[in-house]
Each structure stands twice: as structure tokens, then as C-alpha cells.
Design a protein around this ligand. Structure first.
Ligand code: SAM
Length: 243
């Protein structure tokens, strides 16, 4: 039987503790009792665990044994903020597909009201990633960065292979660039950053900024995809190399 998986807020080498909504659900809905077994994620590791103590909004587990865990894909999605419901669907799916981090950025064509509301929305994106990580039985939760202006992210130094998904790109496919990166890393997992534009696409000066900072433009084929579809398609291409 598959045990439920929880993501601990606090842990040490022998115990892990849930507090807040997870603990309340365990206590009030699942009627947690000492001895109840589950899988608990603590510090990026997964453990077979047993409930040791239950309080109104806190459940403490004893860690029994460590389980095999699938590491996240070494991929950061740089996502231009776009319609929140579509973006949040994308965050959920990208978490299920194993992304390590998501960096929201404000691009030139990001709608003004979304750009202004993004800072207040980021905690909700973190909750969505947390729930999706639990549901997909990950051994970690992807990092959701605070939203920043696109230029700041593009100019930030990084050892990753940096790829901008560009709807106008016609010659170089994402597959080609990832294949080269895997070969350059002697078939190790290359760290990747993948950037996606808003609904209105990239502005010409943004494409020039990417180029000037060493990002490579990649195509996902002749059709224009919604940003969330492009992110899922790109993750699937990369995962086909790495998993
Ligand atoms: N408004 C733009 C247009 O009509 O050309 C489309 C922008 S698209 C909705 C949003 C983002 O998804 C693009 O900036 C790009 O990052 C990505 N994207 C969509 N289709 C793509 C493709 N065929 N190849 C590469 N990237 C694509």
C-alpha cells in the first residue's frame, strides 16, 4: 500500500514535525494517532516514518528508514509573469515534471496589473508548488524565487546553459541545444535555465538582451504555443534526455 507523503517544516536526524495546514488536516481529517505510518520528506530526503505525538496543529514523526528519492531535474524555469490562472496551472505541472526552481520575471509585455500584483501572489505560487510536490511524491519542493525585472535575471551570472524559448526562432531547436549540453557535460546532467515570454511574446530589445548575455535562442517547432504549453513541452524535451 502506498503511504501518504508529507513535507516536514521542521526536522532533525531522528524526528520530523508538521505544523499548520498539513498538521491540521492530519489531525482533524485523517484522525492521526501515534503509530500511524507515512512517508515524510525532510531536508530533501524521504523517510518511512511513524507518528510519535499528535497535538492540535502539530504532528511529530519518528524517522524509521531513508527511502530512495528522485532528485529534481537541474532546471530553472524563467517565466515571464502572465495570466495568473494559466501561470498557476503551469507551476503545478512544472512541479510534477520535476523542475528544481521557478523564477518569475516582469517582461516588457507583461500586463501592468499582473506585474503590480505579482509580489503579492508569490506565496500562493509557493503553496501550489508545495501541494503539487506532495501529490507527485517528490522528495523536495521547487524553489519559487521572488519576481524580478527580466533584465536583472538575464544579466545575473550563472554556470547554467541558458536557453531562451523564442517563438520567432526557426533554425535551432531546443532538442539540439540540450543534446549539445549533455554531450559537453560528458553525459552528466547539465544545469539548464529556460526562459519563456509573456502572451505578447518577447520585445526585440529583450531578444537582443538575451543574445548579448550569452543566452541561446531555441524553437519548439512552427506552432505558436501558449506560455504554459511551451513550458511543459520544453520540460518534456529536456526530461527525455535526463531521465
Ligand atoms: N505573442 C507571441 C506571438 O504571437 O508570436 C506568442 C508568445 S507565446 C504565447 C509565449 C512564449 O511561449 C513565447 O515568448 C516563447 O517563450 C514560448 N513559445 C511559444 N511558442 C513557441 C515556439 N514554437 N518555439 C519557442 N518558444 C515558443
Amino acid at each position: 500500500m502506498t503511504r501518504r507523503r508529507w513535507i516536514a517544516e521542521h526536522w532533525d536526524e531522528a524526528t520530523a514535525t508538521l505544523v499548520g495546514p498539513q498538521a491540521e488536516h492530519l489531525v482533524r481529517v485523517l484522525r492521526a494517532q501515534p503509530g500511524m505510518e507515512a512517508d515524510v520528506v525532510a531536508g530533501g530526503h524521504v523517510f518511512h516514518a511513524q507518528v510519535a505525538a499528535v497535538a492540535a496543529n502539530e504532528v511529530r514523526f519518528n524517522l524509521i528508514s531513508e527511502l530512495d528519492a528522485d532528485p529534481a531535474l537541474p532546471i530553472t524555469l524563467v517565466v515571464s509573469v502572465f495570466k495568473f490562472d494559466h501561470m498557476e496551472w503551469g507551476i503545478e505541472k512544472a512541479t510534477e515534471l520535476g523542475v528544481a526552481a521557478i523564477a518569475p520575471v516582469i517582461a516588457r509585455r507583461t500586463e501592468k496589473h499582473l506585474a503590480q500584483a505579482a509580489d503579492k501572489r508569490v506565496e500562493r505560487w509557493r503553496r501550489i508548488a508545495h501541494e503539487a510536490a506532495k501529490q507527485s511524491r517528490r522528495s523536495d519542493v521547487p524553489l519559487i524565487h521572488d519576481p524580478v525585472p527580466l533584465a536583472q535575471r538575464v544579466r545575473t551570472a550563472s554556470d547554467a546553459t541558458r536557453i531562451v524559448l523564442a517563438e520567432q526562432e526557426r533554425s535551432t531547436t531546443l532538442r539540439t541545444i540540450v543534446q549539445e549540453a549533455v554531450e559537453a557535460a560528458q553525459n552528466q546532467m547539465p544545469t539548464l535555465e529556460l526562459a519563456f515570454g509573456p502572451e505578447g511574446g518577447w520585445a526585440p530589445e529583450e531578444e537582443a538582451l538575451f543574445d548579448a548575455n550569452g543566452w541561446r535562442a531555441a524553437s519548439l517547432g512552427p506552432r505558436i504555443l501558449r506560455a504554459e504549453t511551451a513550458a511543459i513541452a520544453a520540460l518534456s524535451v529536456v526530461a527525455s534526455f535526463l531521465e
